[in-house]
Design a protein around this ligand. Structure first.
Ligand SMILES: *Cc1c(COP(=O)(O)O)cnc(C)c1O
Length: 391
């Protein structure tokens, strides 16, 4: 391979996610639906009315329509969208907790994705961390004891990528709402993933929804646009109008501004949430809701077309999961292609698949290479067949 070719092969390109991790942080997080991607394409290959009001013919706000969608979907008073959820947390704390104490449970002092730490973002935003409780147990009286005239915010943080089990106790947001009553303390919940639908309705494990938090009167909630919501990169902030209005006036908002492509993707994704059928068509839910029979049929389909005599394929159970710092304990029953070879090691096979024309990211377990089928799309099938035949 010449140098130029090597450079070209390093560019960002489509890969096939055979890991079964639906929201894969290293593989671009949520997959956009074709409808949404088409919308982004249509709008961005020409001019648009992002900041132009078609009724008045004057300057408009890029946020107005999006805010209305979010208000309609969640029942919040007001909404704001920024670059990503780390930006949301920063803007919230910088606006409402500057030079004040931010009370956080020791069990929620989390690190997300290697570079986002609650303790550090609080400091950078100009607030002071006030840790309360212990790693495994935090009680309401810990928050009470941690409250004084310097307190600005009670911050709840979704643990996202780990779970504490055993001898544990935590305080729910609604208890903090009660505690903050008649005081100036603002209750903020960083929900991480931001689930907008009742997961149980689809046979998935229950997860607290954004609507529940709003109903419980949490002052401000925030979450990512590209985790379980299924949109593009964005940070979504919802809650009481008086607080959101202050954030809208914060100069930092401009630095954390969301790009037009993300906004269009988010708008398109949110619109899908108004219909049950369309929710199921969001790629995230499509992956999570595939039946075992469908997955087995896909596996058999692929297997039938393999003519590589060195390769053996078995179709067996393999768990998929939401991933991406969301629902850490949620596993979804799924099916994998288990690939072995008469002459090659699992590492050889994995590398071959990864270096194919459309790279396939697989999993190695007990010397078998696994391609989980939950995260495989229709257009991936022929590529997988070709890649396996080329091993
Ligand atoms: C993922 C996550 C973040 C960071 O969100 P980004 O959109 O990646 O910036 C912050 N807080 C929690 C709890 C998360 O799960």
């Amino acid at each position: 391979m010449c140098n130029l070719e090597k450079q070209v092969s390093k560019k960002v390109k489509r890969v096939i996610n055979g890991t079964g991790v639906i929201v894969h942080t290293n593989l671009g997080r949520a997959v956009l639906s074709e409808y949404v991607a088409q919308n982004v394409y249509d709008i961005t290959t020409g001019y648009n009315n992002l900041e132009f009001n078609l009724e008045t013919g004057k300057r408009g706000s890029r946020m107005d329509y999006l805010e209305k969608l979010l208000v309609d979907l969640t029942g919040c008073e007001s909404a704001l969208v920024v670059n990503n959820n780390a930006s949301s947390v920063y803007l919230i704390l910088n606006t409402l907790g500057y030079d004040k104490e931010i009370v956080v449970s020791r069990g929620e002092m989390v690190e997300i994705g290697g570079s986002f730490r609650v303790s550090e973002i609080v400091e950078k935003s100009g607030g002071y961390v006030k840790e309360v409780g212990t790693t495994n147990k935090t009680k309401l009286k810990d928050y009470e004891k941690g409250t004084n005239e310097e307190t600005g915010i009670y911050l709840k943080v979704h643990r996202s990528n780990f779970k504490i089990i055993g001898f544990t106790e935590e305080v729910e947001s609604k208890q903090l709402v009660e505690l903050a009553k008649e005081t100036d303390v603002v209750v903020v919940e960083d929900m991480g993933s931001g689930v907008l639908v009742d997961m149980e309705k689809y046979g998935l494990q229950k997860e607290r929804t954004v609507q529940e938090a709003i109903k419980e009167n949490v002052d401000i909630v925030c979450f990512s646009g590209d985790k379980l919501l299924g949109g593009g990169q964005a940070g979504i902030i919802l809650g009481k109008k008086k607080y959101i209005d202050k954030m809208k006036e914060n100069q930092m908002l401009r630095c954390l501004r969301v790009d037009k492509m993300s906004l269009i993707a988010l708008e398109g994704t949110l619109k899908q949430y108004f219909s049950d059928d369309k929710i199921k068509k969001l790629p995230i839910f499509e992956s999570a809701l595939k039946t075992i029979d469908e997955l087995k049929a896909l596996g058999n389909n692929i297997k039938e077309e393999i003519n590589n005599n060195d390769i053996m394929i078995e179709i067996k159970e393999h768990l998929a999961m939401f991933g991406g710092g969301s629902l850490p304990e949620e596993s979804i029953k799924s099916i994998g292609l288990y690939i072995t070879s008469k002459t090659k090691t699992a590492n050889d096979i994995e590398k071959k698949l990864r270096n194919g024309e459309v790279p396939i990211i697989s999993v190695i377990k007990n010397n078998e290479v696994i391609i989980n089928l939950s995260t495989i799309f229709k257009k991936d099938k022929q590529c997988i067949i070709k890649s396996i035949n080329n091993i």
